[in-house]
Design a protein around this ligand. Structure first.
Ligand code: C2E
Ligand code: MG
Ligand code: MG
Length: 664
């Protein structure tokens, strides 16, 4: 639009200039004609002599249809009319032009005035351009004091204006008494500046024309641009949306468990951090999940985990967050207004129901520990506390719900302290070994000994029931057991007739280096492999059966024997004995101490029937000894036959007579 207005303005100025140029061209032309006719000896003579015929022939007749002028006036120096014609007809010039004509002529008549006077004038016929000059001879202009004057005039008729219009390229130029606001115009004045009329011509507005031609294209272009912008913005928004969706997906993936769709550990920790102060965290550990995985395969295990997740969602619809911490451990966060132990028990009940997985009824259970969210510390502290409670719940047996208490924390802390002490004790060789005799029921002689670890720091002895599980939890058990084995082998090398029983923990059997370590130790101390009996509890066989079997087979090939320890206290069955081809079985103290004689007898009979000799543990009374012997046990072990003792005490014990006396 600025361009349009600028173009219009430019054109307007050009036309105004053209009109001015046209007017001055008309004036100049007329001035030239007057000069040619006034400065002329014949004209001078004719005017002076008052030769009206000459004037009529040369000027009056010419005005009839001469393009350069259509009127002529000749005045005497005193202003008297000598002759006047308009279009060839005589006229009264004073009447037509008024006194002004005479006044102008008097100016022009002055001898010294050699310039043509030009003016515009309004007469009845319209506006006329007039040019006046004194009539004088060509070579002697100062003959007279004043001149006769010659005035030519030309009426600006519409035909004449049309000619100008064409000559100066001003379309439809005309003269009007008033301007037209919708058209272009230029004021016409006389030499005194009085308005006579207006040149008027239509606005051509080339800018507007260009603008109007270009506008639809510009609009189309604008629309196109708009469409492009809309498309760009739209696709940008789609891309942005996609991007943010991907980002949201990534965050979701990072905080959720792939398998169950529940939160993962990271997601759960974040939820705990956001949780209100009174919120409670339950940690749920499945009992017997490993068995399902081992027996039915991982696919079934995965389905079971998904089923458990669904059960948790259904049981606790108001939970703030439900998560899986990996493996078979689940977590549940809920606002504190509910009864936490009630929720725990409801979950235990729900997970105690059999699950239908691949057409199998699978029964598992759950142990639960819970703790209040600790706002002052980070989320891990809450998890630690619930974990501690869970540990405690699992220790108490299956299907328990345990709350975190400050005492548990104390225990945990003192356990940390104890663990450090135990590590130092192992490093400094402060773990001692005692030996407990294994006595033959036939001869009453000590056939072998069981090496048992002892730890007596300055603060007082710590029970193996405490430090062995602690060593197992903290990964110290392998080094501890090897120290016991080394010490026992050193001692037993001096008593070549005795078998040596050593306890090994589940983790050791699973270690691929175990076989090599045992062989190296036997070689180093020069003890025959046939004298070594390794006592294994069922834990090893449950957690890594294949690896345990591999180690056992390799060692058995060297002559090492294996005894199933604490038989009857857990789940190990006669089947387990056969599967792993145990050489011996030790019946647990609890079974011997009970009065379920028939069960004990049947157990011993079964083992014997499989060709596996039986040792009875925890024999404290002569009655127990007599029963075990009569029931078919090969070996007896217990306080009655000898408490765990130092090597020196063992030497004395072996030399003493009391063992034979028992059978006497
Ligand atoms: P275990 O292998 O069943 O060892 C027998 C436990 O019964 C010993 O307890 C022994 O002192 C105790 N005992 C023996 N006769 C009697 C009796 O007549 N009455 C009673 N009430 N108890 C009797 P201890 O020494 O406290 O060891 C506990 C458990 O610690 C052992 O059970 C064994 O599983 C583990 N253990 C001990 N030393 C080691 C070791 O060096 N390595 C590993 N891995 N485990 C060890
Ligand atoms: Mg043992
Ligand atoms: Mg035992």
């Amino acid at each position: 639009m600025t361009m349009r207005d600028a173009a219009n303005d430019l054109d307007e100025r050009r036309l105004v200039n053209a009109v001015s140029a046209a007017v001055s061209s008309v004036k100049k032309r007329l001035a030239g004609t007057v000069r040619d006719n006034a400065v002329w000896d014949d004209a001078y003579a004719a005017a002076r002599s008052g030769n009206a015929d000459w004037i009529k022939d040369n000027w009056g007749a010419v005005s009839t249809d001469y393009p350069l002028y259509d009127g002529v006036v000749v005045l005497a120096p005193d202003g008297r009319q000598v002759a006047a014609y308009l279009k060839g007809k005589p006229i009264d010039a004073a009447a037509l032009f008024g006194p002004e004509l005479v006044r102008r002529s008097l100016v022009a008549s002055k001898r010294e005035n050699v310039r043509t006077l030009l003016d515009l004038h309004q007469i009845n016929q319209g506006i006329v351009v007039m040019a006046t000059l004194g009539i004088r001879p060509t070579n002697d202009p100062d003959i007279d004091k004043a001149h006769y004057t010659l005035t030519f005039f030309k009426t600006l008729t519409s035909t004449y204006i049309d000619g100008i219009s064409e000559e100066f390229q001003i379309r439809a130029l005309r003269i009007q008494p008033e301007p037209d606001p919708k058209q272009s115009w230029r004021l016409i004045t006389n030499y005194q500046g009085e308005p006579l009329g207006y040149f008027v011509w239509p606005k051509s507005d080339p800018g507007t024309a260009v603008y109007n031609t270009a506008l639809p294209k510009l609009q189309a272009l604008g629309s196109l641009l708009f469409v492009i912008v809309v498309i760009v913005v739209f696709s940008f928004r789609i891309a942005l949306k996609k991007e943010s969706m991907l980002a949201r997906q990534a965050i979701h993936d990072a905080t959720h468990d792939h398998l169950t769709g529940l939160h993962n550990r990271a997601g759960m920790l974040a939820a705990i951090s956001r949780a209100p102060t009174e919120a409670i965290l339950h940690l749920i550990d499945l009992d017997g999940f490993k068995g399902v995985n081992d027996v039915w395969g991982h696919a079934a295990g995965d389905r079971l985990l998904r089923a458990v997740a669904d059960t948790l969602r259904m049981t606790t619809p108001k939970a703030l967050a439900i998560g899986r911490f990996g493996g078979d451990e689940f977590a549940l966060l809920h606002a504190g207004e509910h009864d936490p132990s009630g929720i725990g028990n409801a979950i235990v009940r729900a997970l105690g129901q059999p699950f239908l997985i691949d057409a199998h009824h699978v029964e598992i259970g759950a142990s639960i520990g819970y703790a209040s969210v600790v706002k002052s510390k980070d989320a891990l502290e809450t998890v630690h506390r619930a974990d501690l409670a869970l540990y405690c719940a699992k220790d108490a047996g299956r299907g328990q719900v345990q709350s975190y208490t400050a005492e548990l924390d104390e225990q945990r802390k003192s356990l940390f302290v104890l663990e450090d002490k135990l590590r130092a004790a192992i490093d400094r060789d402060e773990i001692g070994v005692v030996f407990q005799p294994l006595v033959c029921t036939l001869t009453g002689r000590t056939r072998g000994v069981e090496a048992l670890a002892r730890w007596s720091p300055r603060t007082g002895p710590v029970s193996p029931a405490v430090f062995i599980p602690l060593a197992e939890k903290s990964g110290l058990i392998e080094r501890l057991s090897m120290k016991v084995l080394e010490a026992a082998l050193t001692a037993l090398a001096k008593l070549p007739k005795l078998d040596l029983s050593v306890n090994i923990s589940p983790m050791q059997l699973a270690n691929p280096r175990f076989v090599f370590e045992i062989e190296t130790a036997l070689e180093k101390h020069g003890v025959a492999a046939g004298r070594l009996i390794l006592e294994v509890t069922e834990g090893a066989l449950i957690s890594h059966p294949e690896r345990a079997c591999r180690s056992m087979t390799a060692l058995r090939a060297k002559g090492v024997r294996f005894a199933m320890d604490d038989f009857g206290s857990g789940h190990a069955s006669i089947g387990t004995l056969r599967q792993f081809a145990f050489d011996k079985v030790k019946i647990d103290r609890s079974l011997i101490a009970s009065d379920e004689h028939a069960v004990v007898r049947a157990t011993i009979d079964l083992a014997n029937a499989l060709g596996i000799p039986v040792t009875a543990e925890g024999i404290e009374t002569t009655e127990q000894a007599a029963f075990a012997r009569e029931a078919g046990c090969e070996l007896l072990q217990g306080y009655l036959l000898g408490r765990p003792m130092s090597f020196d005490q063992l030497l004395a014990h072996m030399a003493g007579p009391e063992q034979q006396a028992l059978w006497a």
